[in-house]
Each structure stands twice: as C-alpha cells, then as structure tokens.
Design a binder for this molecule. Structure first.
Ligand code: FAD
Length: 405
C-alpha cells in the first residue's frame, strides 16, 4: 500500500492526493472503526476517522459488552476471538481511559439435563482449542450464582470471558487513535466511495466535499452495504435487531456473565427465523443489571418493542426468579451486522485492492473489534497477521467463489 503523506502530489483525472491527505479514511466510529483507526494510527498511518453522527452512535452504543469465546464458530471466528480477548486485556491495561473491563468469567446455564450434556461436550471440544471451561453441577452453579433457579441442572464456567462497557471502550479507542495522530470528524456523512477506471479507490465524497485518501476502510456496521454499493461492489450484511432491558439499581448482584445454553441455537437460527430470545444477564459496575436479548429480522427498525422487552424480562426471571417483578430503567434496541455464514467480513476486494471492509460481526463486534483493527492495520502495512485475513475476505461471497464452494 502506498503511503501518501510524504509531501508528494499525485494527480489523476478523478482526484488529487496532496500533502496532508490521509493515508487511510476509516468510515464509521463504532467500535470496529475505532479499533481500525487505533491500530492503523499505532502502525504509523495517517488516519481520518469519519462518522455521520457521533462516536458509538450506531450498534456499538446499543448493545452489551460481552467478550466471549465459547459461542464462536470454531474454525475462523474462535482464533480471532482468542486474539481479541488478549488484546482487550492489554488495552484495558494500557489505554488511558477506562472502560469498566472485567475478566469476570461467564457461565453458560443449562435449562435441562440434555442441554447440560451438550454444553459439557462443547466444553470438551473447546478445551482442545485453547478455551478453558469447568462443568458445574446444580450445586456448583448455585455456589457461583446463588440466585439461580432451583430446578436448573448446572452449566459451564468459562473463566477467560470478560465484560466491558461498549460505549466507553469505543470512546477510549477513538481517543487513543487521536492521541496517535488520527483525525476524528463527526457529523459528516460519507455519501460515496470514488474509484478510478482501474478499480482503485481514490477517496470519498462527503456531505462537506471530497477527501482524497490512499485507502478506504468501511466499518459502517449495518450501513456498510449501501456505501460499498456506491463503489459498484457488494457486501451481504443484513441488520438483525436486538433489544436490551436495563434494570434499576438494586442490591441483587450477579457475579459472572450469564447466558443460557440455547443462546448459540438462537444465534445460528436461519436468517428468516422469527423472533428469538435467549437469556443473557449481567450486573454492571454502576449497580444496574442488563437483560438480553432478542434477535429479529425487521429491516432497519430500531424502535423499542415493549412486548419483546417483556419476553426478555420473563426469560431472565425463568433462570433467576429474584428478577421477577424487577423494575426497568430503560430499554434500547440496536442492529447486529449479520453475515450469511455468521463469520465477520474483513479485508480488501480483489477488484478494489485499496478498499477494505470491516463488518459482519453480528452479536460479537465488541469482542472481536481489537483483532479486527489489528488485521486491518496489518493489511495496510503489508505486515504478517496473527490470523489469516483471507479467512474473512468479502470476495468469498462473490458469485464465482460461491459457485466453487
Ligand atoms: C442487543 C445487542 C446486544 C449485543 N451484545 C453484544 C455483546 O455483548 N458483545 C459483542 O461483542 N457484541 C454485541 N453486539 C453486537 C455489536 O453491537 C456489534 O457487532 C458492533 O457494535 C458493531 O460495531 P460496528 O462498529 O461494526 O458498527 P456500529 O457501531 O453500528 O458503527 C457504524 C458507524 O458507522 C456510521 N455510519 C454509517 N453509515 C455512515 C456513512 N455513510 N457515513 C459516515 N458514517 C456512517 C454510523 O453512524 C455508526 O456510528 C450486540 C448487538 C445488539 C444489537
């Protein structure tokens, strides 16, 4: 990749790249764009991070902050998740701004003996791949979480899983990127991506004029396909709505991050599936508790549906009866960027080698953001990556690739 910040001017019929133009424009200041900007700036690139609204105004401000390994696709997503978990731990130690990072461990709670057997089986498989888990019987589950319902047979504790506050984490990454020389531009919509006849990208068109750049990274979450289309390319990401119920502060505390064993089935359900609800419960540093979550295909609708919120609360109370009658402080909804094979889409297009996308993380974009940013920065610098970026290529959905697979 050319670095264009050495004072040269490169003129072409479409765009002029002058001294001071960024090496890379990153579109979208959600957690993924912020992580890309941070790692790119750390590697020495001149970065401009642009958002049409404010930092964490998209899905990264309407989600939970689980950093989990146990629920990942095993071949490509798990190695990325393990790398990302280590990076989050490092970032929590090294970034000046805190983001309530807590490697508190998570418990997958089984509702039936069959679920407990299946969860134990998965734990054995994950252990062979570097994820430590401990099977809990009913008594051990209640020692860990005294509020667990008495008929629950047990679960699996994954001590390496963590929790963080996603808005604070996105802001911390953004501020650290700026401290390393990145420019942040908010309230600026990117309207199009500009390409030359040979396919290369020359920059972007925004609501306040064009910006020339050596490369463009689109990390615009569920809005990525619309922007990539302006360059004549496609990314098959669709929005998958989810809601979270925030409870009022109360003395009831949950020690671990809690998810029901049926969560993976809800995540993997077909793209046209009806409403899915799987229990996820966490206590936060401020003393509230978050109850999740739902999965629905309802386009770009981000309105709260109070019936869905009620169903989420009932599901949580099934596992933790102490929550029956708990009072909600607020409810919010966000859109998960879903890819057809449930694996993130990260990397350049063969047709436009200096246009990179970073999206498709569905319900795991917070957890996977640092490793994604690291991959994108390594791509830009032609540096080796801990995990092959080709695993996540947008080209795997091109018609020719699909015909072969
Ligand atoms: C209910 C719920 C719970 C979740 N829980 C978790 C969890 O516990 N752990 C986890 O890892 N993940 C979780 N997720 C998933 C996570 O929220 C997403 O994967 C992640 O936030 C995606 O981040 P992003 O940066 O790709 O997108 P976003 O955060 O949506 O950022 C995209 C940004 O692009 C900007 N943008 C879009 N178009 C343009 C344009 N044309 N010009 C300029 N800017 C533009 C937007 O304003 C936005 O700020 C959850 C999601 C939901 C909905």
């Amino acid at each position: 990749m050319r670095h264009l910040s050495e004072g040269r001017s490169i003129a072409d019929p479409y765009c002029v790249i002058v001294a001071g133009s960024p090496d890379v424009v990153v579109v979208g200041a959600g957690v993924v764009g912020a992580a890309c900007a941070y790692f790119l700036a750390t590697s020495g690139a001149r970065v401009q991070l642009i958002d049409r609204s404010f930092v964490a105004s998209g899905s990264s401000g309407a989600c939970e902050g689980n950093v989990l390994a146990w629920d990942k696709e095993l071949e490509r997503e798990l190695p990325l998740a393990l790398r990302s978990a280590d990076l989050w731990a490092d970032l929590a130690r090294t970034l000046p701004d805190g983001f309530e990072y807590d490697r508190k461990g998570s418990i997958v709670v089984a509702e039936t003996e069959a679920e407990l057997c299946a969860s134990a089986e998965r734990a054995r498989l994950l252990a062979t791949l570097g994820v430590r888990g401990e099977v809990l019987d009913a008594e051990a589950l209640r020692r860990e979480e005294p509020h667990a319902a008495h008929d629950l047979p047990g679960g699996v504790l994954y001590p390496g899983d963590a929790q963080l506050e996603p808005r604070l984490a996105t802001i911390a990454l953004t501020r650290a990127a700026v401290a390393r020389g990145a420019t942040l531009t908010t309230d600026r919509t990117v309207e199009r991506i500009m390409r030359r006849r040979d396919g290369a990208v020359t920059g972007i068109g925004t609501s306040a004029g064009a910006i020339a750049a050596g490369a463009v990274v689109v990390a615009a979450g569920v809005w990525t396909p619309a922007l990539v289309e302006t360059a004549g390319l496609s990314v098959p990401v669709t929005p998958r709505k989810g809601q979270i119920v925030v409870l009022e502060r109360s003395p009831v505390r949950f020690r671990r991050k809690l998810s029901e064993a049926g969560y993976v089935a809800a995540v993997e359900a077909g793209d046209d599936a009806a409403l899915q609800i799987a229990m996820v419960v966490e206590s936060t540093e401020s003393g509230t508790a978050l109850l999740g979550s739902s999965r629905q295909h309802v386009g770009f609708d981000r309105e709260v549906d109070i019936d869905v919120a009620g169903a989420i609360a009932r599901r949580a109370a099934r596992f933790f009866p102490v929550l029956d009658g708990a009072r909600a402080l607020r409810v919010y909804a966000g859109l998960r960027p879903l890819s057809p094979d449930h694996v993130p889409i990260v990397g350049p297009f063969a047709e436009a080698p200096n246009l990179c996308v970073a999206t498709g993380h569905e319900g795991a974009g917070i957890g996977l953001a640092p490793a994604t940013g690291e991959l994108v920065a390594a791509w830009h610098a032609h540096a080796p990556t801990p995990v092959p970026i080709e695993w996540f290529s947008p080209d795997r959905f091109a018609p020719a690739a699909l015909a072969v697979s």
